[in-house]
Design a protein around this ligand. Structure first.
Ligand code: MD3
Ligand code: FE
Length: 213
C-alpha cells in the first residue's frame, strides 16, 4: 500500500541526545499490533481517566503488562490492578514486547524489557499538553513509542517547560525511542489530523513502552 511504502522508505533521524525517530520501523507489523487492541480492550477497556483536580483526560487509555499508569483524584502513579475492573491489566502481547526490544536496540539501548505499555487513543483535535514522564522508577531505561493510524504533530521541547518545542510529524508505523539525556524532555501532542485512516478509521493510537518498576 502506498502509505506504508512511504513510511518504510523513511529513515532513522536523531531528534536529540539519546532520541531517535525510526520512520516506519513498525510498518510491517502495524496491522498485527492493531489487531491486539480489541482483545486487550476486552479485558481493560479504553477510558478517560480523572485528574487530581477533577478534570478528564482527553486521551482515552488503558494499559497492558505487569503494571500500568493511572490518573485519579489522588494523582498519577503505576499500579498492577486496573482500577476500572479490579483485575490485573491484560498481559503484554509477545509481539508488543518484541517490537519494543528491537526498536530500543536499533536506537542503541540493548536489553530493553518493558513492564508497562500504555495504549493511548486520540481522536482528531485531541491534544496532550507539554509534560515530563516522571512516574517511572527506572529513569535509565528508554521509552519506546509506536504511532498507529492518523498522523499527529509531536512536540519535542527541552529540559524546561518554557523551552520552545520542535515539531515532528508522526505517521502510521513510526517508532520513537527516548533515553539517556532525553528521558526527561518535555513533550506533547499538538493535534491529530482529521481523517479516515484505512487501518484505524478516525483514530490515532500510540503504544508507549516503559520500564516503570
Ligand atoms: C518523549 N504520549 O503517554 S509519545 C505519554 O503520542 C505520551 O501518545 C505521547 O507522551 C503520544 O506520556 C507521546 C511517548 C513519549 C513518552 C515518553 C517520553 C514521548 C517522550 C519521554 C521523554 C521524551
Ligand atoms: Fe509523555
Amino acid at each position: 500500500m502506498q502509505h506504508d511504502m512511504f513510511a518504510e522508505s523513511r529513515s532513522a533521524v536523531r531528534i536529540g541526545p539519546g532520541a531517535m525517530l525510526l520512520g516506519g520501523f513498525a510498518s510491517a507489523e502495524a496491522r498485527a499490533l492493531l489487531a491486539q487492541i480489541p482483545k486487550l480492550g476486552a479485558v481493560s477497556p479504553f477510558r478517560h481517566m480523572t485528574t487530581r483536580n477533577g478534570g478528564r483526560l482527553a486521551v482515552a487509555m488503558f494499559n497492558c503488562g505487569e503494571t500500568g499508569w493511572i490518573s485519579d483524584r489522588r494523582g498519577y502513579r503505576y499500579q498492577s490492578l486496573d482500577p476500572e475492573t479490579g483485575n490485573p491489566w491484560p498481559a503484554m502481547p509477545d509481539l508488543f514486547r518484541s517490537l519494543a526490544g528491537r526498536a530500543a536496540a536499533a536506537a542503541g539501548f540493548a536489553g530493553f524489557s518493558p513492564d508497562a505499555c500504555l495504549v493511548n487513543r486520540y481522536d482528531a483535535g485531541t491534544r496532550l499538553s507539554l509534560h515530563q514522564d516522571m512516574d517511572e522508577q527506572d529513569h535509565d531505561a528508554p521509552i519506546v513509542s509506536v504511532s498507529l493510524g492518523l498522523s499527529a504533530t509531536f512536540l519535542w521541547g527541552g529540559a524546561l517547560r518554557a523551552d520552545r518545542p520542535e515539531r515532528h510529524r508522526l505517521h502510521h508505523g513510526d517508532v520513537v525511542v527516548w533515553g539517556g539525556p532525553s528521558r526527561m524532555t518535555f513533550h506533547g501532542v499538538d493535534g491529530v489530523e482529521r481523517g479516515d485512516h484505512p487501518e484505524t478509521g478516525p483514530w490515532r493510537y500510540n503504544l508507549t513502552f516503559r520500564r516503570a518498576q
